[in-house]
Structure formats: structure tokens, C-alpha cells
Design a protein around this ligand. Sequence first.
Ligand code: NAD
Length: 345
Amino acid sequence: MRILITGGAGFIGSAVVRAAIAAGHEVINIDALTYAANLENVASVATDPAYVFEKADIRDRAELERIFAAHAPDAVMHLAAESHVDRSIDGPGDFIATNITGTFNMLEAARGYWMDQGKPADFRFHHVSTDEVYGSLGASGLFTEDMPYDPRSPYSASKASSDHLVRAWHETYGLPVIITNCSNNYGPFHFPEKLVPVIIINALHGAPIPVYGKGENVRDWLYVDDHAGALLAVISRGENGRTYNIGGNNERRNIDLVMTICELLDRLRPGDTPYSELIEFVTDRPGHDMRYAIDASRIERELGWKPSVSVEEGLRKTVEWYLTNEAWWRPLWEAGAGKRAGRKA
Ligand code: NAD
């Protein structure tokens, strides 16, 4: 397939670009190169004849229409978004503009192109979304695809809005769409403002490791390459109009995740004292959802996908990657990427 991927210079998008090229697809990567992007993330495929980069902003509809016409994709994988919950609390405007209006522009550009092509039934607009649209779980239960939406942060509300637009374009105009809602990702090339890289890099500097509240919030962690594999399974074999939840079957309390990373660092880069002594509880995020957990049985049953990397293995690979790729994260860190994480409780 010739796949138009948005946000392909970001964390998950770049994993999808690399996996799609490795699987023999052609890729057109659209990215505005915001603070979260890094073309180093796709350096390994940059000279591949099957790869094209288009620097473009999804808020610019005319530019999107030009790109659809120029590259004639068979499918779209839409990942470009503002993605950091804490930033959405500080300043929601960019989240509304990119995640909602940007998705509207993508849908309209895709719909115009799809109609010009004679409405091919095998065209796909694959919208990549989050489990956060479902809200917060109590101590038990799992998010299923039929769950009502209950977003609680500006980020999750903007993603929920975009999911609704995608469904509406399917119901109203017949555009062939698929939506996926995935749990928390971690792995190489993760921008160092997110929890896992913040823990690793703060620890390496002997700086306090900030943990929100008492660290009791639970997330379901998925290794980023597993997510990329799931998304390629969906774009290749997913059913038109269907939603698939994607998760790692790896529920962890934040504090347990932090402890595991500290223990890995104790082994891989031993210091004078255990890294866990650096943990510092900080004022909780407002409206912090308590627990997310995914029921991924539909994608497993219908598309034969399941995660292949355990959280222990994935965290080890991730810690090793940050230890050997300081040249990637050091300039971002020195430019202040990790400064956002929490205040002392
Ligand atoms: P990221 O912040 O690392 O990357 C986002 C990319 O989108 C960046 O390269 C950025 O330059 C680009 N972008 C932002 N605004 C743009 C615009 N207006 N026009 C064009 N490009 C723009 O995000 P990520 O963590 O890789 O997330 C990718 C997608 O996956 C998002 O849609 C996110 O909601 C979703 N998602 C993320 C997770 C997670 O754990 N990170 C989990 C589930 C779903």
C-alpha cells in the first residue's frame, strides 16, 4: 500500500513509519515538526525510495489537498496530534486546533480525494486515538469498544471529539474509516517530557524523580513497536467502520513502574545508592484519571494481533536505548524538555 501517515516524526508515528517501510509499504510522512517531532526518529528510512517526507501542518487544508492529489495514497494513518496531557491543562488551544480542527481538515481532504477517485471501497482513513476517551476506571473492569465516552482532560476531550468526527464522516458520507484506541505507550524515541523518559533521565542526573500524588494511578503499558504492529494489522485487515482497542495486558501502578525502572538502572548503570531514593511525590495532576485498562480481545480475536513484548522486556530495552542514545535526548533535555514534570507535594 501507499500509506499517508501524519505525525510520522513523533514518537509513535515514527515507529509506524519504520515498521511500514520494513513491511514493504510506501510511506508519505506528513508532519509540521512541532516541538515533539524529531527527524532523527525516521533517519533510518530517510533515504529509502519508498519514503517521502512532506513538512505540512494539518491545520492547513489547502496544503493537505495538494498532498493527497500529488501522492494518491491507498490509505491514511492519522497520528498527528498534540499529545501531552499536562500541556493541554496549561494551554488547551493548540489541542483544539490540531486535534479537532486538524482532524476535520484531514477528513475533508480525504473525502474530496476519495470522491475524486470514484469512492474506492478499499480506501481507509485510520484514525489513531487513545483509551483516555473512555474516562477513568475504578479498581476493576476494562475499557471495551462499546463503552460510552467520558473524557476528562482537554487532551482526552479533543481526542474524543476527533473520534466522533471520524465516525460521523463514515455514517454521513460513507468514508471508509477505522478507529483504534490504545493504552499508554513507551519505548525508544519517546519525547523526554513523558513519564518513562523523565524517570530515566532524572535518575541519570541524580535529580529527584517526580511521581504524581502517591503513584497509585494505574496505566496499561504497551511497547511502542507492538502498537505499530497492531496499527499495521488494522490498516491491512481491519473492517471498514470498526473500532479496535489496543492494549498491552500490562497494568502497573505508576509507583511500581518507577521502581522497576530504578531497579533496571541499578543493574545497568549502578550508582552509589539505589536510584529509588530519588523518588519524590509531587502535587497530583488536576482531574488525574485513576485507572485505565484495556480489553483488547476484539483485535486479538478478529485480526490475530497480540502484544509480543512483556513490560519487563520492553522497559529493559527502553532503558538500554536511553543509555546508548544520549546524543538523541541530551539536546532536548538541555532545552528544557523535562522541566514540566510536577511540583513538590
Ligand atoms: P507525539 O507528540 O510524540 O508526536 C506527534 C507528532 O505530530 C509530532 O511529530 C508533531 O510534530 C506532529 N504534529 C503535531 N501537530 C501537528 C500539526 N498541526 N500538523 C502536522 N503535524 C503535527 O505523539 P505520540 O505520542 O507519538 O502520539 C501519536 C498519536 O497517538 C496521537 O494521535 C496520540 O493521541 C495517539 N496516542 C498516543 C499514546 C501514547 O501513549 N503516546 C497512546 C494512545 C494514542
